[in-house]
Ligand binder design. Structure first.
Ligand code: AMP
Ligand code: ZN
Length: 668
């Protein structure tokens, strides 16, 4: 078999496994086997760049960075939907269209209204060509690179598909994935995201597609646009799309009468809380496409469809007490402790009050009767106070001035909404919080040690910081509550084993504010060891992709602190990984050290991402715009004319892909 054939066979096979896993939910190989095959393909593609395929399964991991998303005109306009909020409005709509269409039977396809960001995907000859956001309906942004990382979107179609068409759908973030992301953000000292919808739509416009690839996004499809598709009803459209490999929820139903439509609405008003993703209503569509055409469009929306919006679920209950939580970064979060109340299928006892301003804005007081809502947000929130029920002796809430855990006076930096306890070295919750973060699964993943044991160890005076873990002995921990011979052994072994955890995760474990998993990875790969990172200035740090001022400041101030430096030194002395391993470094050299490159255009032998990686791996720096500091511009086909003029004006040499590859190969 030729190399080309085996690359193609491997791609085919991986597309199929993807389909089985993400669409059918019935994988036939293990995740491990899948990863092995993907690695094999990645290796082959790197070795034989001439067989490049813009829709290879290897693109799912992302890596391409888009600075500006190109505007694209939709071939078929993307309409919005008319909304209705009552059954009566729905009945009126049905009467209206019956009048227009005359004395004919009208059937309806009822679908759920998926709550995310709309997307239009263009397929040509069975391959994904382009993905564009809705924008203003006439034109949107080309977000193809990001969309390709979403595993449930087929890059190649199956079966008997039309040669050219657009398919419309909704990019969503399932609730469980959203909650997981938030847990990780909170663990990294970052603010949680508000709701799945905004997070999904924000993800589409991220510059680094590798970050998009890490988010558990999904895409649910609901409609086709094209010419001569050979399809006659909406319901058939859904079925066909499913056959071609798209994820079309099986919740859609064909309804023959108004009663059936009402029944669908009634059922889902209840059942929607059992779904793994959020819906904000039902979309009712005239099933027959001929009839759809007759009904046509208003200036904004089709006359043949109507969205019925579910009411945001609200409950009324009493706010018993406002308490304050201290995070591991010292951030204070006020929490409303409620009289338990049933809301959207779950009992709610607590709601977040966000910060002092929020409490003041709504004038929320203990003892108040409050409205609690669970709309787009996962964490219930208080949306209002029933003032008529307020007791005459009620007193306005006075926000705490001192830390509830250590009594230190709280501070609030200008421009920040949150109060902080500045006593980071003495506040017990902050101390244990940092150690708990250090040992957590995504950080040092220490087996045999849990959050409660950390509390116990701290209370027993055995640990005061994470470095202390490494000098614990079995004899010290044995007397602790619920500790036995075996669990003590496990604990000590678990701690000892963690010295093998790679540098990037150690960096994450340190608990630097705003340095989450992804940022830690970026920093580890850029600086390669902790000494270099500790010496980095704020300006240098902001040069790194995706690292903004806020993160840069936080990193610098973390390492300026003597206690932190000492902790790092201790961890190093216990054998923790403070640099990338030989393996990770072996692909790297210093040949381009200190040289700054700008990459422009399309390349033949390596992708843009690979090219940038080559620059960085060899010690060079990649910048996005040309300045007098630029040493070389590597130009591919279609280099932007303005870049060219600028480079020539500044006398920066423009080199070709081959020139560049020669530079790195020669000096190897
Ligand atoms: P709106 O944004 O309120 O005008 O609602 C229109 C949007 O609903 C469309 O642009 C779609 O992105 C979205 N939508 C979600 N589910 C569906 C569905 N099943 N059929 C049509 N549109 C849907
Ligand atoms: Zn405190």
């Amino acid at each position: 078999m030729s190399v080309k054939t085996s690359i193609e066979a491997l791609r085919e096979e991986l597309h199929d496994h993807n389909y089985r896993y993400y669409i059918l939910d019935k994988p036939v190989i293990s995740d491990y086997e899948f990863d092995m095959k993907l690695k094999e393909l990645q290796a082959l593609e790197a070795q034989y760049p001439e067989y490049y395929d813009p829709n290879s399964p290897t693109l799912r991991v992302g890596g391409e960075v888009t600075k500006n998303f190109e505007t694209v005109v939709h071939q078929f306009r993307m309409f919005s939907l008319d909304n209705s909020y009552s059954r009566q409005e729905l009945l009126d709509w049905e009467k209206r269209i019956q009048r227009i269409l005359g004395d004919v039977d009208i059937e309806f396809t009822c679908e759920l209204k998926y709550d995310g960001a709309s997307i239009s995907l263009t397929y040509e000859n069975g391959e994904l060509k382009r993905a564009v956001t809705r924008g203003d309906g006439f034109q949107g942004d080309d977000v193809t690179t990001n969309i390709k990382t979403i595993r449930s979107i087929p890059l190649k179609l199956k079966g008997d598909y039309p040669l050219q068409f657009d398919i419309r759908g909704e990019i969503i973030l399932p609730i469980s994935g959203f909650e997981q992301m938030n847990r990780e953000r909170v663990a990294a000292g970052e603010d949680p995201y508000m709701n799945p919808r905004n997070t999904a739509s924000g993800s589409l416009k991220l510059q680094d597609s590798a970050i998009v690839a890490e988010r558990p996004l999904d895409c649910l499809l609901y409609g086709l646009a094209g010419q001569n598709l050979g399809i006659y009803t909406q319901f058939e459209m859904l079925e066909k799309s499913r056959e071609w490999g798209f994820k079309v929820p099986h919740t859609a139903e064909l309804c023959k009468t108004t009663e059936e439509v009402m029944d669908f609405v009634d059922r889902w008003e209840q059942k929607r809380h059992d779904l793994p993703y959020e819906t904000d209503g039902v979309v009712i569509k005239v099933n027959n496409l001929q009839q759809q055409e007759e009904l046509g469009y208003t200036s904004k929306s089709p006359r043949w469809a109507l969205a019925y919006k579910f009411q945001a679920e609200q409950a009324v209950t009493v706010l018993n007490k406002i308490t304050y939580q201290v995070g591991r970064t010292g951030a204070i979060t006020p929490v409303a402790n409620l009289e338990p109340v049933l809301l959207a299928g779950t009992t709610v006892k607590r709601a977040s009050l966000h910060n002092a301003d929020q409490i003041a804005k709504l004038d929320i007081r203990e003892g108040d009767t409050v409205y609690v809502e669970k709309g787009g947000e996962i964490i219930p929130k208080i949306v209002g106070v029933a003032l008529d029920k307020r007791k005459p002796d009620s007193e306005p809430t006075v926000y705490i001035t001192h830390c509830p855990e250590c009594g230190t006076q709280l501070v609030r930096k200008p421009g920040e909404a949150q109060h902080f306890c500045p006593n980071d070295t003495g506040c017990p919750t902050q101390i244990t919080g940092r150690i708990q973060h250090f040992i957590s699964r995504k950080a040092m993943d220490i087996e045999g040690l849990g959050a409660e044991t950390v509390e116990l160890l701290f209370q027993a005076g055995l640990i005061e910081n994470y470095a202390d873990l490494y000098i614990l002995t079995k004899e010290q921990v044995l007397p602790l509550e619920r500790m036995a011979e075996k669990s003590a052994d496990n604990l000590i072994h678990g701690i000892a084993a963690s010295v093998k955890i790679p540098f990037e995760r150690v960096l994450f474990a340190l608990g630097i504010r705003y340095v989450g998993e992804t940022v830690a990875k970026k920093l580890a790969r850029t600086y390669k060891n902790i000494t270099a990172l500790m010496e980095a200035t704020e300006t240098e740090l902001t040069q790194v992709d995706e690292i903004g001022e806020r993160i840069a400041q936080s990193v610098v101030s973390f390492f300026e602190n003597d206690t932190n430096r000492e902790l790092v030194e201790r961890l190093r002395s216990y054998g923790l990984q403070m640099s990338l391993t030989e393996d990770q470094l072996s692909n790297q050299s210093d040949t381009l050290k200190g040289q700054r490159f700008v990459v422009s255009g399309v390349f033949e032998k390596v992708s843009r991402t690979e090219l940038k990686k080559l620059i960085e791996d060899n010690g060079g720096k990649v910048a996005s715009s040309i300045s007098s500091k630029t040493d070389y511009v590597v130009a591919g086909a279609n280099m932007g004319p303005s870049k060219k003029t600028k480079a020539e004006g500044l006398g920066v040499p423009i080199i070709s892909e081959d020139d560049f590859l020669g530079m790195v190969a020669q000096m190897d």
